[in-house]
Design a protein around this ligand. Structure first.
Ligand code: GEK
Length: 254
């Protein structure tokens, strides 16, 4: 396995993701372990169309809703990229950042990164399932590509908890991979996404082994399902502000 270091904007040195480059006899379910955490910035940048764009716009969007002396939750924070983006745009406010992830490998790396990049901020890091977290006094909640990893039956309940914990005028920003109800359309989007990954240097073997690893772990919904679920949870208004191939982001207002 070759190790390659790359410089990513604002992220420092990061290892190249080649976790699925060697043929495997059987592909285990994907987990957010130390090996994944070590290559994570490269993995997301080359796998999620528009990832860097979404990250930088999260800060721009959050700026409009973050209120002094409230909490900003980053649920499924991984290495804290979304929290850092919000921080860049809200330095003048007094905010309590609460970053949650159930991967110890992610939380450890997130902690040292946030200490380095936002040392003067109030940040609480929690290694736990986001379903166990009490949300309170929140002006901004980020679910950036995390809801899709929860069992579908539990998703509404999490959104209800978030809605209850948001202050009036607060916002949930929800980014997700999408599926499409028309099979032909769905396949078209999958093909475009795979072409995007090929263009970013992933081989067909890497693409198919990663797909096998993730298919039982990450279960995407349609845009209509998301909108309906958000409405059911109480959100009065939902806007889709971003889509690149089958990856999208929504703003839901309380
Ligand atoms: C980013 N938001 O860079 N409880 C807590 N954490 C969870 C759970 C759960 N039930 N399920 C998954 N995770 C980040 C990217 S990655 C998206 C988010 C991706 C965590 C998991 O450990 C991982 O760190 C994160 O959610 C999903 O803006 O890998 O496609």
């Amino acid at each position: 396995m070759t190790v390659c270091l790359r410089m990513l904007s604002g992220m420092g040195m990061t290892k190249q993701d080649n976790l699925f480059s060697d043929p495997k006899d059987s592909v285990a379910d994907f987990s957010f372990d130390a090996m994944v955490a070590d290559v994570f910035p490269d993995m997301l940048r080359r796998s999620i169309p528009g990832y860097e764009n979404i990250i930088s716009m999260l800060g721009v969007l959050a700026r409009g809703y973050a209120k002094n002396n409230t909490c900003v939750y980053d649920l499924g924070c991984s290495l804290g990229a979304a929290t850092l983006s919000v921080h860049r745009h809200t330095r003048d406010l007094s905010l309590q950042h609460i970053c949650v992830d159930n991967s110890a490998a992610m939380i450890q790396r997130c902690q040292s990164k946030l200490k380095r990049h936002m040392p003067a901020s109030s940040v609480e890091l929690i290694c736990d399932d986001i379903q166990n977290i009490q949300i309170k006094n929140a002006s901004v909640v980020l679910l950036n590509f995390t809801l899709q990893f929860l069992p579908p039956k539990t998703r509404l309940s999490l959104l209800e908890t978030i809605y209850q914990g948001l202050e009036e005028g607060g916002v949930l920003i929800l980014s997700e991979k999408l599926i499409f109800s028309d099979q032909g359309v769905n396949q078209q989007f999958i093909d475009w996404h795979h072409e995007f990954k090929r263009a970013n240097g992933y081989s067909d073997l890497e693409i198919s082994q990663k797909r096998m690893a993730i298919e039982n772990v990450m279960i995407p919904d349609t845009l209509a399902t998301h909108k309906q679920r958000l409405a059911e949870a109480g959100f009065s208004q939902t806007q889709q502000w971003f889509q690149a191939f089958n990856f999208s982001s929504l703003v839901a207002l309380k």
